[in-house]
Design a protein around this ligand. Structure first.
Ligand code: HEC
Ligand code: HEC
Ligand code: HEC
Ligand code: HEC
Ligand code: HEC
Ligand code: HEC
Ligand code: HEC
Ligand code: HEC
Ligand code: HEC
Length: 422
């Protein structure tokens, strides 16, 4: 019996150790992960130490199963603050602003790690950030620039696609404005603080925020989210071509392109500005306050003459369309069938729109092609309208004559009746 017990002892010890190990492992894998003393304790603390359950449950990291300790380190199974927040357990303490990009990058620059959660998520944010003015200045010791959490927030950080995210396209401008529109925060820098105010007046802001057109740019569309410029663009000023491809193609053909480049002038921005871009009209070609050409060209020189000629061409087509419109309108409201010509007017208008795009070649011959095409269509439509009016006049004449004839017959009839009666 004793021998048997002695023989079994190592066995039972092994069993006990095995069981204990299993329990410990289970605690680590299962129970240990749900127990989060960091959150338990901190959700009861006042600001700035407090992080409420409610707030943290909104955070994409919490939703992916990450915990306080994933970023801050420490032992989330211990109720004893000295043990939970011990450096031995890897606790990092409050994260210094300067170290935030490296912290975020420790996961977000690791493709193997990120792929486990979301294979399509980019992993270049930290690398890109280092190329931006923000990133460069941070490395040089300026902690007032934006770090990851300034744009993304912290503890309730949401995916950009969430409309409540600070980096959702509709919220980005406000996020940047927190610093860039704050004159006292930015006073030690030499840059203006009017970008947000100006952008708020622009067609782009109007399209994006008021009309909900997500194809219009916000701050980060032009400036890049993380890098110095968006992907595929070497300099911010070249970003316009990404969307306004037709204007850009025409601009490529102009002598402005070369001339501006060699004078280090920022292309499209020279005539349209960067932040306060408004809807342009023909007045931009004029010599008035809205005009841009005479900032550089001298009255009477060949470029000024070209400017006047372009303006006259646009004016001619505009007038031609308007007079055809007028005649067609009268014809239609007097019941004539002119729907085909009315539809044709849209083609003429398209030619005018095209001419205003072709303006960017600043070449009369190219603009004239669109103008001539438009003039031809407008003239056709005008003829159709006029023909309809002639037809209407004929019909009216015919109607008048037949009315008179009927009147005469009626009068004769009346006289005849009178005569019989008497
Ligand atoms: C029993 C309560 C308690 C627990 C458990 C606890 N903390 Fe704290 N924590 C505090 C208190 C109180 C402070 C502020 C006093 C201090 O700095 O020690 C603090 C401070 C911090 C700070 C900020 C330090 C600073 O200087 O601003 C961080 C970050 C932090 N805790 C993270 C954690 C993490 C991560 C865990 C879990 C691994 C954790 N805490 C667990 C109570 C707790
Ligand atoms: C995704 C990473 C991440 C997670 C997860 C995270 N934190 Fe933080 N936490 C940070 C960063 C970064 C800062 C520094 C923010 C700053 O300075 O802008 C910070 C700051 C803090 C501070 C200091 C606040 C202050 O202003 O002094 C406390 C306390 C804190 N976190 C506690 C927690 C607790 C508790 C949890 C879990 C409920 C948690 N954190 C989860 C990244 C994280
Ligand atoms: C411990 C690793 C880890 C750390 C540290 C970390 N993250 Fe994350 N982050 C993740 C994971 C995992 C996801 C979920 C990816 C997914 O499913 O899209 C995520 C998601 C995100 C997303 C949403 C991406 C999307 O579009 O779905 C953003 C934005 C983000 N993190 C920013 C940050 C910032 C800013 C910091 C630093 C304060 C940070 N992360 C620190 C692991 C981490
Ligand atoms: C100047 C503001 C700003 C800073 C600083 C910033 N981000 Fe972002 N980040 C954005 C914007 C805006 C988006 C949203 C892009 C979009 O609309 O899809 C974004 C998107 C992301 C995404 C989602 C995937 C992607 O690349 O689109 C992750 C992850 C992310 N950022 C992590 C980081 C990390 C890590 C840092 C710090 C190294 C950081 N960000 C710094 C503004 C910023
Ligand atoms: C936490 C404050 C803060 C936030 C938020 C912030 N920035 Fe900045 N940014 C700065 C500071 C400070 C500078 C350095 C100023 C300088 O370059 O002289 C800077 C520099 C810049 C520059 C370079 C200016 C130049 O020509 O020198 C650009 C462009 C810029 N930020 C764009 C943005 C955009 C876009 C956003 C929003 C997505 C943003 N910033 C959010 C603080 C911030
Ligand atoms: C349509 C594109 C576009 C949009 C949208 C845009 N910017 Fe700019 N921004 C530019 C260009 C182009 C420049 C001038 C070139 C450069 O400095 O790199 C510039 C310059 C800047 C500068 C440098 C200082 C200055 O004013 O010249 C800052 C800072 C800046 N922008 C911030 C912002 C902020 C913040 C927003 C959003 C409120 C914004 N930008 C929206 C294109 C844009
Ligand atoms: C992300 C795409 C995008 C970028 C980049 C962009 N734009 Fe736009 N732009 C738009 C959209 C969308 C509209 C709105 C068109 C509308 O009103 O229907 C617009 C409108 C305009 C208009 C007014 C057009 C009109 O007929 O009223 C001008 C001018 C303009 N942009 C110039 C620029 C310049 C200059 C830049 C570069 C500094 C630029 N855009 C960068 C998308 C973009
Ligand atoms: C030398 C001045 C100048 C430059 C440079 C310039 N534009 Fe224009 N842009 C104009 C003028 C003038 C008009 C107005 C045409 C009209 O309505 O008569 C205009 C009109 C526009 C319009 C709205 C009308 C339309 O349908 O075409 C857009 C969009 C536009 N420009 C974008 C750009 C882009 C993108 C660039 C750079 C590739 C650029 N512009 C470069 C002078 C310029
Ligand atoms: C920032 C200064 C600047 C602005 C603004 C400007 N130009 Fe120019 N333009 C130049 C320069 C420089 C050249 C090339 C040198 C030259 O031919 O004079 C040029 C060339 C031209 C040419 C071509 C001359 C040729 O023989 O190829 C025409 C036409 C022209 N500009 C018309 C205009 C019109 C129209 C506007 C207004 C919408 C305008 N420019 C706005 C500076 C400018």
């Amino acid at each position: 019996m004793a021998i048997l017990r002695n023989k079994l002892r190592p066995f039972s010890i092994a069993c006990f150790v095995g069981l204990a190990g299993f329990v410990a492992l289970a605690a680590c894998l299962g129970y240990g992960q749900t127990k989060d003393t960091c959150l338990d304790c901190h959700s009861a603390l006042p600001d700035p130490l407090g992080v409420s359950q409610e707030k943290f449950s909104q955070d994409i990291h919490a939703q992916m199963g990450l915990t306080c300790a994933s970023c801050h380190g420490g032992d989330p199974t211990s109720d004893d603050p000295d043990k939970a927040m011990s450096r031995k357990a890897g606790w990092k303490g409050k994260i210094d602003r300067k170290r935030i990009p490296e912290l975020c990058g420790s996961c977000h620059s690791d493709p193997a790690y990120i792929r486990r959660f979301n294979p399509s998520l980019r992993t270049d944010q930290l690398g890109q950030y280092h190329t931006s003015v923000h990133g460069k200045r941070l490395v040089a010791g300026d902690t007032k620039v934006a770090v990851c959490t300034d744009c993304h927030s912290v503890h309730d950080l949401r995916a950009p696609s969430d409309p409540r995210s600070t980096v959702n396209p509709v919220n980005v401008a406000n996020t940047c404005a927190r610093c860039h529109a704050d004159a006292s925060y930015m006073k030690e820098y030499s840059i203006p603080t009017d970008q947000f105010a100006k952008y708020s007046t622009s067609v782009h802001h109007q399209a994006l925020t008021v009309r909900g057109d997500l194809s219009a740019p916000t701050c980060t569309t032009c400036h890049g989210n993380h890098g110095a410029a968006p992907p595929g663009v070497d300099r911010v000023e070249n970003v316009c071509s990404n969307c306004h491809t037709f204007q850009a193609q025409m601009y490529e053909k102009s002598s402005h392109k070369e001339a501006f480049q060699s004078a280090s002038l920022p292309g499209c921005v020279v005539c349209h500005s960067n932040h306060a871009i408004v809807h342009p009209t023909d007045a931009k070609l004029g010599a008035g306050p809205e005009g841009v050409c005479m900032r550089c060209h001298t009255p009477g020189d060949s470029c000024d003459q070209a400017r006047v000629a372009l303006l006259i061409s646009l004016g001619r087509l505009d007038e031609a369309i308007k007079s055809a419109d007028q005649v067609l309108h009268v014809a239609e409201s007097s019941g004539m069938e002119v729907s085909e010509a009315r539809l044709g007017q849209d083609q003429a208008r398209d030619s005018l729109t095209k001419a205003r795009v072709t303006i960017h070649s600043f070449r009369q011959d190219l603009v004239d092609q669109d103008i001539q095409a438009g003039l031809k269509i407008a003239a056709q439509n005008l003829r159709a309208g006029k023909a309809a009016m002639v037809e209407r006049n004929h019909r009216r004449l015919g109607l008048g004559i037949s009315l008179i004839a009927v009147g005469i017959v009626l009068a004769g009839l009346w006289l005849y009746i009178k005569k019989i009666e008497s």
